[in-house]
Design a protein around this ligand. Structure first.
Ligand SMILES: [Mg+2]
Length: 147
């Protein structure tokens, strides 16, 4: 049976913090309601190559699982566009789940940089991206290949 891998977006594949810095803002400026911000985020180093490897690996079934700002409905659309702009749009078609209740998803792994929105209560394994165990995509891929 395939192993289901959920991948968070901000802080895991899309570099929200870098765009905030480039705009000269802090996270306290309600940056997540800036129009168009979520469409323009740079990818995190190694993310595109790694996700493409996972998508091509018959061992895994990959979904993107992200929480979009509730008060910025445009961000929901931009996350959908970001996914098809950065990956082969056929391979990622209908593989985006937007939810603030990540713990309700059934699966084996959730790669997420924060405990919020149910990530720390996920019933599979939470791969805490950016932690000392999983500082970057290299460490995540090494781990998943051994799983
Ligand atoms: Mg995140």
């Amino acid at each position: 049976m395939k192993q289901i891998v959920y991948i968070d977006m901000d802080g895991v594949i899309a570099d929200f913090d870098r765009s905030i810095r480039e705009l000269g803002l802090s996270e306290y400026d309600s940056a997540d309601i800036i129009p168009g911000l979520f469409a323009s985020l740079h990818p995190i180093e190694g993310a595109i190559e790694s996700v493409n490897q996972l998508l091509a690996d018959p061992k895994f079934e990959v979904y993107f699982l992200s929480a979009a700002p509730w008060d910025n409905p445009e961000a929901w659309m931009h996350k959908r566009l970001w996914i098809s702009n950065h990956f082969n749009s056929k391979k990622v078609r209908k593989r985006l789940i937007l939810s603030h209740q990540k713990q309700l998803m059934i699966g084996d792994y959730l790669i997420d940089d924060r405990a919020k929105n149910g990530a720390s209560e996920f019933l599979g394994q939470w791969i805490h991206f950016g932690s000392t165990s999983f500082p970057d995509w290299g460490s995540v891929m090494t781990y998943l290949k051994q799983s």
